[in-house]
Design a protein around this ligand. Sequence first.
Ligand code: BG6
Length: 481
Amino acid sequence: MVSRVIPVDPFDLVIFGATGDLARRKILPGLYRRFCDGQMPPEARIIGAARTEQDSAAFAAQVAEAVETFLPPGKRDAEGLRAFQERLSYVAVDATGEAGWTELKEAMRDDVVQAFYFSVAPSLFGALAERLHKFGIARSDARIVVEKPFGRDLKSARELNATLAAHFDETQIYRIDHYLGKETVQNLMAVRFGNTLFEPLWNAQYVDHVQITVAEEVGVGGRGAYYDRSGAMRDMVQNPLMQLLCLTAMEPPAHFEPSAVRDEKLKVIRALDPVAPEHIVRGQYRGGADPSYLEDVENDESLTESFIAMKLHIANWRWNGTPFYLRTGKRMKARKSEIVVHFKKTPHSIFDADAGSRSNVLSIRLQPDEGIDLRVTIKEPGPGGMRLIDVPLDMSFADALGPEAADVPDAYERLIMDVIRGNQTLFMRGDEVEAAWAWTDPIIQDWQRRADRPVPYAAGGTGPEEAAILMHRDDRRWREI
Ligand code: BG6
């Protein structure tokens, strides 16, 4: 496959929180990869900014260490790393004080794209935004990048939006959720809107139900304190899963362009029915030989869920009567994220009784083994009469497009380059985030009111039995994890 790397304009990218975990794990290694792929112009500069007093050489050494730790050997080389280090500099900045801001201003140029990545706690967003203006650093076309979680309820999300809006226009704000940067998520749109085949069937008349799963093998690990205050609902459902649901369910936008796509996503969130408690299953993993959730978060009393399964209804013409089942959990059997569209059974079988019960299934695999698979019914080859079997029309990117295609850029790499390009399509708008919280809040408040206790599930499995029952009640079953 021919690599089609499109270089971006020269830029200054300031990373606040440059010594923090996200910067080390994802942002800096991701930038290094884009640099090695030839996507960064020679004039690009990355300026690390954090409280730590250190010089640019020390920061460059930290970045080298992060690249070596978080990228596999095949994805790094010493020469590329040295060249990348030349693009780096560092300024010690006090986010809530005065120190370092004049130096930061001096380090920046007037004639290149300006972007500021707020890889810091949301409580610092306001202080950073204010100082970027007070010291005359941010231009009116500067871009700022903020991470999910964007708030922890509607009220805090509104406050954060207002804080940012006091200094930046919505067109300057890039709210990142890395799930939207995953290769297959964009392929979902290509499949839906680049083919005539699917769109006519993409509705309640032909779709029986949709399953969206994001299963992780890992537990909450070192993030126990954060996670225990969030849980699967805030951490995964309110945003990543909601975004996947929107892209699956939305009407075709008129253009593949930020406001058109975001308008359509917003309409889906606003059309979601409230969810009845009996349509939600919350779980907490129990460890076996490994620590259980309660040990991981060091809180015996925790009522926070590490697993959630739910059945949703979208109250509009297209989807009335087609349930969407969402499921996400930590410490599951495998790491697997997919969107699966189960089409309705054939209305009548002209073959034998068993053949009539078949249906087509389209699965969009986000990870691992990115690809798309459509199960269709054919006649089993051989002389045994009309015996039907289901076979996959399977398009694994790696098999269909060559090994290079399997080497898809990490979601962060793609999204950071979109910021530099000024393309907001894969970022959330403020009203989308608020609408998602407006739907989420009553659910969480109901659990709190009832002191709802998550049910236990065995680590390394498929989640609580109750989640399977949620499906069985509807005469359906979850896909294998
Ligand atoms: C993050 C969540 O958004 O996504 C984490 O906060 C989760 O809890 C992570 O582990 C999963 O991302 P990925 O790309 O590994 O599926």
